[in-house]
Ligand binder design. Structure first.
Ligand code: SAM
Ligand code: SF4
Length: 326
């Protein structure tokens, strides 16, 4: 088992397949011109499988594929199929633009639940956020996957005076459609121009919803990152990921492998451990994994606290979100 110095068992691995993306979400991509990592420096299909297997042999029970956009990688389907043979719970987070090409692979790999990012229900605003005109295909894919029986969770990054006016619209969407909407507090990453006054807190989100709907809290699991809620009479439900104002680090079981094979023990960790180079050299990477996780900070990568006003984004040492894998 992989355990940190606070006795947290780490059994959930998130693997970024690529730092490439076909969208340009302003809160995720760095402002300046960004060079995607060349293919030779990315973990190859067989390397992803072999490294993931080492994690699974040491207690990992769930693997989520993310990115960048995982489905822009040409061999994404093959990677998913190979990982499905590891016998762990497999999951994917995607921007939804290419989902229609992967329905069969997902079914064949026993993936029945999918997280899709959609920060607005307006086509125009979508274009502004992502700098691409792909709203309709994403919306259509969401509907098709729900109709085909997939559990669909929608990730909405809420930003003040930008899309917080749509919180209620998202809730109304859950009335007749069995979709689970997760509101995410806006987080600081390199180059994303985060400021504390752009964060819409969990309390504010709940207040907004509470003005129009009666909602009830749902029972969660120890490792949950979100607090879940239901509204009587609604087919769907909602949740809030309150990383910034009410962090859930106490039950954290997550590790992150970047597309270039670096292990991060926290979304906000300052350091990272290169696993790919020693793996390519034929070295045993298990001691490196153990050491990295032992060094995990108690909360928020040890870089800030939930006192929002005191968070100085420029002082946080980290990669941009697109190169970490959310
Ligand atoms: N391309 C895929 C997608 O968009 O779902 C997977 C990668 S994306 C980095 C993973 C998740 O991170 C998305 O739901 C995205 O909204 C979220 N994310 C990116 N930057 C964020 C930020 N600054 N604060 C909160 N969530 C963020
Ligand atoms: Fe791409 Fe996802 Fe980042 Fe948007 S959030 S730029 S879709 S990786």
């Amino acid at each position: 088992m992989i355990i940190d110095s606070f006795n947290r068992v780490h059994d959930y691995l998130r693997i970024s397949l690529t730092d490439m993306c076909n969208l340009r979400c302003f809160y995720c991509m760095p402002e300046e011109e960004y060079d995607f990592t060349p293919a030779s420096r990315l973990m190859q299909q067989d390397e992803i499988f072999a490294i993931a297997k080492i994690f699974v042999e040491n207690g990992v029970k769930k693997i989520r594929l993310t990115g960048g956009e995982p489905f822009v990688r040409k061999d994404a389907g093959k990677i998913i199929q190979s990982l499905s043979s590891l016998g762990v719970q497999l999951a994917v987070t995607t921007n939804g633009t290419r989902l229609h090409e992967f329905g069969d692979v997902l079914e064949a790999s026993q993936i029945h639940s999918i997280n899709i990012s959609l920060d607005t229900l307006s086509a125009e605003k979508f274009k502004f956020i992502t700098r691409r005109d792909q709203f309709l295909i994403v919306k259509q894919n969401i509907e098709t996957f729900i109709n085909n029986g997939f559990t669909v969770k929608i990730n909405v990054v809420v930003m003040k005076d930008f899309n917080d006016s749509e919180i209620v619209d998202f809730i109304k969407w859950t009335k007749k459609i069995p979709v689970h909407v997760r509101f995410i507090e806006f987080m600081p990453f390199a180059g994303n121009r985060w400021t504390s006054n752009k964060v819409v807190s969990m309390d504010e989100i709940l207040q907004t919803i509470g003005k129009q709907f009666e909602f009830f809290s749902q029972k969660g699991e120890k490792n949950d990152t979100e607090k879940k809620y239901m509204i009587p009479g609604h087919e769907g439900s909602f949740g809030i990921i309150s990383t910034m104002t009410k962090p859930f680090c106490e039950g954290c079981n997550r590790m992150r492998l970047t597309a270039d094979g670096k292990l991060k023990n926290c979304l906000f960790s300052d350091g990272e451990t290169d696993l790919l180079t020693p793996f390519r050299n034929g070295d045993n990477i298990l001691p490196l994994i153990a050491e990295n996780i032992k060094g995990k900070a108690k909360e928020l990568g040890g870089q800030f606290t939930s006192n929002l006003e005191a968070v100085e984004a420029k002082l946080i040492h980290n990669r941009s979100m697109i190169t970490i894998g959310g």
